[in-house]
Design a protein around this ligand. Structure first.
Ligand code: MV4
Length: 446
């Protein structure tokens, strides 16, 4: 057991604040790092110390490893919390932290690499007995190989980049005549995006739900799950709404998916909190898709339905504390809406700028995780999320009502936001019935 006295947070925005808040409750000092664009950010004001690490562009600041390590050294930090995005799933960064005697709050570099390469991750899951999407044979070696495999799997098939995730380098192929074209364009896109043109093939699952299981593992090989989140409400691979439990869940499925997720994490002796993403088809067959080796944006809904502080769990696990090893089931219903500075009436175009007026909702069953304040200027360099609104109630219907009420109280002037979109969604009959898949937003108009 090593007690951390000081943690450096290698991130910005709401997640940097989220980590600082838990550190304060645990009596751990914090160091914020920031770019010149973020000098007036709340994470800088809330941390015990703050170090400017460069100019606005991420490569000059939040992705600049030498500067972050230097900031940790001059402030005498014991550990680095990477948040999500930026360096959170960068195995090289985790290795550099270790080499500089800084505990990376997350899994080991080997675990990050293994799950970062999607073919390796899939092979690992097959070996562990976790269901994966039918497909196979690892990397596609040639058009001929792809042609034969597609015949064997049966169209429609999907091409995916092994270095990918989140949709880049992904193609649906409906029939043989499209195969060569998509094979070539997926390779080119994968090369351009990831500097790795490796692609693989699987059966295309029609109209799936995206349901993920939160897991936690300690340094002694013990793993547990904290039930599921439904993240099917997405637009161009950007999640907009997440909830727990999933309205599609039934106890037998939770049992099976939970068991599979624990197996998935156990087979690599996973250390830290992580997420096993599954595709679930209409017959409730489920397939491993990816593992995220970080805290996620949507972790809050799990916190609210299980009463766990997942950031505290991350820190305790990193300090070498054992976990109980019990699984946790939701005892409430929580829904999260991502409030982005985007114009929902104009293709969700980002709208950075100054927030002139702000009224944050509150009251029973409402949580807001946000780093903004009246007068704050949203910089154009980073993602457009300005906060997360979480509604918690005993039932899904009540959570939707609470969310609608809270969205109605939320006033943000000066920039366009996704609030009008969420207000409409909360009134949609199919959404209210829990009747949606990952294709839902393709036909949602408001
Ligand atoms: C799929 C799929 C259907 N079949 N794989 C999207 C992001 C990447 N993580 C994997 N994705 C998908 N993989 C097979 N074999 C459909 C998707 C997909 C999707 C998945 C989750 C949430 C939203 C999605 C939107 C479009 C496509």
């Amino acid at each position: 057991m090593k007690i951390f006295k000081k943690i450096l947070i290698a991130n910005r925005g709401e997640i940097a604040l989220r980590v600082i808040r838990t550190c304060r409750e645990m009596g751990i000092k914090t160091v914020a790092v920031y770019s010149t664009a973020d000098k007036n950010s709340l994470h800088v004001k809330f941390a015990d110390e703050a170090v400017c690490i460069g100019s606005p562009r991420s490569i000059d600041s939040y992705l600049n490893i030498p500067r972050i390590i230097a900031a940790a050294e001059i402030t005498n930090a014991d550990a680095i919390h990477p948040g999500y995005g930026f360096l959170a799933e960068n195995a090289y960064f985790a290795r550099i932290c270790a080499a500089n005697n800084l505990k990376f709050i997350g899994p080991t570099p080997d675990m990050i690499s293994k799950m970062g390469d999607k073919i390796t991750a899939k092979e690992t899951m097959i070996a562990a007995g976790v269901p994966v999407v039918p497909g196979g044979d690892g990397l596609l070696e040639s058009i001929k190989h792809a042609t034969e495999l597609a015949e064997k799997i049966g169209y429609p098939v999907m091409l995916k980049a092994t270095a990918g995730g989140g949709g880049k380098g992904m193609r649906i192929v409906h029939e043989f005549s499209e195969l060569e074209h998509h094979f070539n364009s997926a390779k080119i896109e994968a090369q351009a995006s990831f500097n790795n043109d490796g692609i693989y093939m699987e059966k295309f699952i029609e109209e799936p739900r995206h349901i993920e299981i939160q897991v936690a593992g300690d340094q002694y090989g013990k793993v547990c799950h904290l039930s599921e989140r439904d993240c099917s409400i997405q637009r161009r691979h950007q999640k907009l709404v997440e909830e727990s439990p999933s309205p599609f869940m039934i106890p037998e499925l939770r049992e099976k998916m939970g068991e599979a997720a624990v197996k998935a994490a156990s087979c690599i002796n996973y250390e830290g909190v992580g997420t096993i993403e599954f595709l679930v088809d209409k017959h409730r067959n489920f397939f491993f898709m990816e593992m995220n080796t970080r805290i996620q944006v949507e972790h809050c809904v799990t916190e609210e339905v299980t009463s766990f502080d997942l950031v505290k769990e991350q820190i305790k696990i990193a300090m070498g504390e054992p976990i109980s090893g019990k699984n946790y089931h939701p005892h409430l219903h929580a829904i999260e809406c991502r409030i982005n500075a985007e114009d929902p009436y104009n293709d969700f175009r980002p709208c950075p700028g100054r927030i002139t007026v702000l009224n944050t909702p509150g009251g029973h069953g409402v949580r807001v995780d946000s780093h903004v304040y009246a007068g704050y200027e949203i910089p154009p360099y980073y993602d457009s999320m300005i906060g997360k609104l979480i509604a918690i109630a005993q039932t899904r219907t009540e959570a939707i009502n609470t969310m609608y009420r809270a969205l109605s109280e939320y006033v943000i002037e000066g920039v366009k936001t996704t609030i009008p979109f969420h207000l409409k969604l909360m009134q949609n009959e199919d959404f209210k019935k829990g009747n949606f898949t990952t294709k839902f937003l393709e036909s949602f108009t408001f």
